[in-house]
Design a protein around this ligand. Structure first.
Ligand SMILES: Cc1cc2nc3c(=O)[nH]c(=O)nc-3n(C[C@H](O)[C@H](O)[C@H](O)COP(=O)(O)OP(=O)(O)OC[C@H]3O[C@@H](n4cnc5c(N)ncnc54)[C@H](O)[C@@H]3O)c2cc1C
Length: 373
């Protein structure tokens, strides 16, 4: 078999995004993946393509470009996608103030809704503590489990990208790649290992201070199967989480409010978001624990905090938990994305943190353009 122009290690969303961009640029591509099917962060997430969480400028633009590519690919591959937008709920006046500030910075894509308008448009929202809501048009909902399962077939059929599942790359030396099954070579190699960053180039990740971040997630089932959220929803705690809100003058006050009133949430890195794909189940989360070797156990108290806060956001008290899981991603201490060319052949692209579904397609397109120029 002829050597491909590009070998990509990892078939998470970042690996697939680079494979697509490279194939569109005319390169022959092979993707090598350890597991028999994707199992990493890319199938464990909400499926939120979330430009609103990225700071204005290059990262927001990358997210918006990713959204365009998601729409193209989802259309061609017949994948679920819902350009429903997002709703941030202010449950305290200081959160409402910050939402107003954010809206005035982003007047073309966001609108402030009163509590009455919010409940009229989205009847599942709990009106009890609601101060206002920020509606944004730029967010896209995809189904991560479906997308990651089907994209390899689509990329193979449409672009001739080869996939080797169940094969672990154990060593890379210039253009030479060693796996547990064979040796091969490629002109270029991209390493996209997700949270599994101790197999290849562990010293590189140690030098950069990359850690794992572990999240607790749940799916809950409404009693009426036809129940639809109609939009992806975030609560006020999310305003302390995403970098995009830090430019708002009220951010320090909001953050202080959350530290004062929600210390347990802040300690566990909990903010609450909800998305819904084709089925009635709603994916909710999450918490954030950082470290190099994290225990594989979930904490029931964390789940109860998430469920309790969700019930302040939507009328979900009677909904049943249908599944729970942990997800891990790798995180650089300061950089939102980590790219380094280690040799003429090998580039590491990793650690999109909690925004891999949002940033990967746009980032990969730029990385491949850099390679082919
Ligand atoms: C619970 C949770 C919720 C999230 N929600 C969102 C969200 O809604 N929106 C959003 O934008 N982002 C979200 N994220 C972040 C996003 O999921 C990640 O940033 C993204 O999935 C990372 O993709 P990846 O390809 O880098 O890693 P992964 O999906 O982990 O894939 C890496 C792959 O590389 C393979 N691999 C590693 N080493 C080797 C090797 N040596 N040989 C062969 N294969 C190898 C692994 O087996 C794995 O399949 C969430 C993350 C989590 C955990």
């Amino acid at each position: 078999m002829a050597s491909p122009d590009l070998v990509i290690i990892g078939s998470g969303i970042l690996g697939l995004a680079h494979a697509l961009a490279a194939a569109r640029a005319g390169m022959s591509v092979e993707v090598i993946e350890s597991t028999a099917a994707p199992q990493g962060a890319s199938i464990r997430n909400f499926g939120m393509v979330w430009p609103i969480g990225q700071p204005a400028g290059e990262l927001r633009d990358t997210a918006l470009r990713s959204r365009e590519i998601w729409l193209e690919v989802a259309d061609q591959a017949s994948l679920f996608n819902d350009p429903c937008g997002s709703l941030h709920l202010a449950l305290h006046p200081i959160e409402a103030k910050l939402l107003n500030e954010f809206q005035s910075q982003n007047p073309n894509t966001t609108t402030i809704l009163s509590p009455e308008e919010t409940v009229e448009r989205f009847p599942l929202v709990n009106p009890d503590d609601l101060q206002s809501a920020l509606f944004s048009t730029t967010e896209l909902c995809v189904n991560p489990r479906e997308a990651l399962a089907q994209l390899p077939n689509f990329l193979n059929t449409e672009y001739g990208i080869r996939f080797s599942f169940g094969e672990t790359v154990t060593k890379i030396d210039d253009n030479d790649i060693k796996t547990n099954l064979r040796n091969l070579s490629a002109s270029k190699i991209f390493v996209c290992p997700g949270a599994n960053f101790k197999i290849l180039f562990p010293d590189f990740f140690t030098r950069h201070g990359v850690q794992q971040c572990q999240l607790q997630m749940l799916r809950i089932e409404p009693p009426m199967p036809e129940t639809r959220l109609q939009i992806m929803i975030a609560g006020g705690l999310t305003l302390s989480h995403y970098l995009s809100f830090r430019d708002c003058p009220s951010f320090p006050l909001v953050n202080q409010h959350h530290s004062d009133y929600y210390p347990e949430f802040m300690k566990r890195g909990i903010h609450v978001m909800a998305s819904q794909h084709q089925s009635s189940e709603v994916t909710i989360g999450d918490s954030h624990t950082y470290g190099l070797d994290l225990p594989p156990f979930t904490e029931e108290h964390t789940d109860q905090l998430i469920l309790g806060y969700l019930a302040k956001m939507i009328q979900s008290e009677t909904w049943q938990v249908s599944s729970r899981w942990l997800g891990n991603y790798s995180k650089h201490p300061t950089e939102p994305l980590l790219k380094e060319q280690l040799s003429d052949a090998t580039t590491i692209c990793a650690s999109p943190g909690g925004a891999g579904m949002t940033l990967s397609f746009g980032w990969a397109e730029r990385n491949i353009a850099d390679l082919t120029q």
